[in-house]
Design a protein around this ligand. Structure first.
Ligand code: BG6
Length: 486
């Protein structure tokens, strides 16, 4: 469907997500002609800002965003003209809802974006309904984390579901908006050569890594009650696992794709009780140096308690217990304050069943397909190649490289640009369905429970390192290695 002029109402509209991601992405959409007609953005908060205050905040946010390299004054003026601010105290003084009603355009498509902690999503939806602001076509967008366990996710889904039906509910996992992630589906299902190899028959194991150099920054308060498992694994990493492991859907249709992802989540072998110590590792960063800069330890970061068992790193070994993947480990790993910022999916193929070059000197790392999400988005296929020379036969792994930046002259849109565009157009293929989110919690909950039961602290790792020693043991126990060490 083509987008129509829309009133986009952002609750939490002056918050961190809005400033860092949503407003800059909306500016870019405006620049590229994707905000149709007089589409408007109404930021809602308790801050009591004037429209002018909000516009100034938004201008700084746009100027400070790396993807907006050059701010075009004409576009910025037009974009500022779309912005307004309404003060609503959810659960408090009801007059804010009337102000919001007055700010909306009758008869217009409405999108309500909840960039707020999930506990207040239900109250916002009820407020919208009671103020008569929800029209039959209104859509709601929910941010992660969606709850902090299965029960709270179900409660949020019920509360929001009492006002918006599933077809109008858009649950964001911004990893699904990344170009390379969408490309993974194209790579797998628009080419014929991978599918015959895509199973335990030819794949030894899979690694999914999302490593960041940043720490928790100003988000310690949120982060301390979340941790890497809820912040990254439950959503982003499991979604990547789903797209890697799923069966071919019958079409690129929202439910066809989501049905297949759900089956993967339901096939994950549970990790609970004593298996947790064997298959998972938690870490927490301590003081260190990242790219030459001193970095605080997690416990020294402002906004949280001086002692805390919250993990800033997780590595685990998952298994998709179905016909295609039985016996293939999926190693998942994410951490803050690591030595390099790198997100990638590595498919490590098996060694050949019989080598005819038994005496050849070789190196590890052969036979992998690397799908790099960031930085340097691209696809690398590493294969063993003969090193030139007339002497003894030497084999070396050499990558065939596809760099998106070099191949395509166009800029890759930010994940949020893509997803906001889809919400405005009413396309929910790249959003999570209720059952997917809940299936992910069903698998994650017992791991967190077992961690809590162990009563031990996460292993420490210095900021700027490759994570705790346990992460090495987790993978080397079976004679394998993390990709960057090969
Ligand atoms: C967010 C997490 O969902 O993803 C953050 O809450 C994390 O903690 C971020 O930093 C990572 O996103 P990206 O796009 O930078 O990989």
């Amino acid at each position: 469907p083509d987008p129509r002029p829309t009133d986009l109402v952002v609750f939490g509209g002056t918050g961190d997500l809005s400033m860092r991601k949503l407003l800059p992405s909306l500016y870019l959409l405006d620049r590229d002609g994707h905000l149709v007609g007089d589409t408007r953005v109404i930021a809602v908060s308790r801050d009591g800002l004037t429209d002018a205050d909000l516009r100034d905040k938004a201008s700084s946010a746009v100027r400070g965003h790396s993807a907006v390299q050059v701010v075009e004054p004409e576009v910025l003026r037009r974009f500022r003209g779309r912005l307004s601010h309404v003060t609503v105290d959810v659960g408090g003084d009801p007059s804010g809802w009337e102000d919001l009603a007055a700010a909306l355009t009758p008869g217009r498509d409405r999108v309500f974006y909840l960039a707020v902690p999930p506990m207040i999503s239900g109250a916002i939806c009820r407020g919208l309904r009671d103020a008569g602001l929800v029209t039959p076509d209104s859509r709601v967008v929910m941010e992660k984390p969606l709850g902090r366990d299965l029960a709270s996710a179900q409660a949020v889904n019920d509360e929001v579901g009492a006002v918006f039906d599933e077809a109008h509910t858009y649950r964001i996992d911004h990893y699904l908006g990344k170009e390379t992630v969408q490309n993974l589906l194209v790579l797998r299902f628009a080419n014929v050569f991978l599918e015959p190899l895509w199973s335990s028959r030819w794949i030894d194991h899979v690694q999914i890594t999302a490593a960041e150099t940043v720490g928790v920054g100003g988000r310690r308060g949120y982060y301390d009650s979340s941790g890497a498992m809820r912040d990254m694994v439950q959503n982003h990493l499991l979604q990547l696992l789903c797209l890697t492991a799923m069966e071919p859907p019958a079409s690129y249709d929202r439910d066809a794709v989501r049905d297949e992802k759900l089956k993967v989540l339901q096939s994950l072998r549970p990790i609970s009780g004593s298996a947790v110590a064997e298959h998972t590792v938690r870490g927490q960063y301590t003081r260190g140096t990242v790219h030459g800069d001193e970095a605080l330890g997690y416990l020294d970061e402002a906004g949280g308690p001086p002692t805390s068992g919250t993990e800033t790193f997780v590595a685990l070994r998952a298994e998709v217990a179905n016909w295609r993947w039985a016996g293939v480990p999926f190693y998942l790993r994410t951490g803050k304050r690591m030595s390099h910022a790198r997100s990638e999916i590595v498919i490590r193929f098996r060694d050949v069943p019989h080598t005819i070059f038994p005496g050849a000197a070789t190196a590890p790392g052969a036979g992998s397909l690397v799908i790099r999400l960031q930085p340097d988005e691209g696809i690398h296929l590493t294969m063993l190649t003969k090193t030139p020379g007339a002497g003894a036969l030497r084999l070396r792994p050499v990558p065939l490289e596809l760099s998106f930046a070099d191949t395509f002259a166009t800029r890759s849109p930010e994940a949020y640009e893509r997803l906001l565009m889809d919400v405005l157009a009413g396309d929910s293929t790249l959003f999570m369905r209720r059952d997917e989110v809940e299936a992910a919690w069903r698998w994650v909950d017992p791991i967190i429970e077992a961690w809590n039961g162990l009563g031990t602290a996460p292993e420490t790792y210095p900021a700027g390192s490759s994570g705790p020693a346990g992460a090495q043991r987790l993978i080397s126990r079976t004679g394998r290695m993390w990709h960057e060490e090969e």
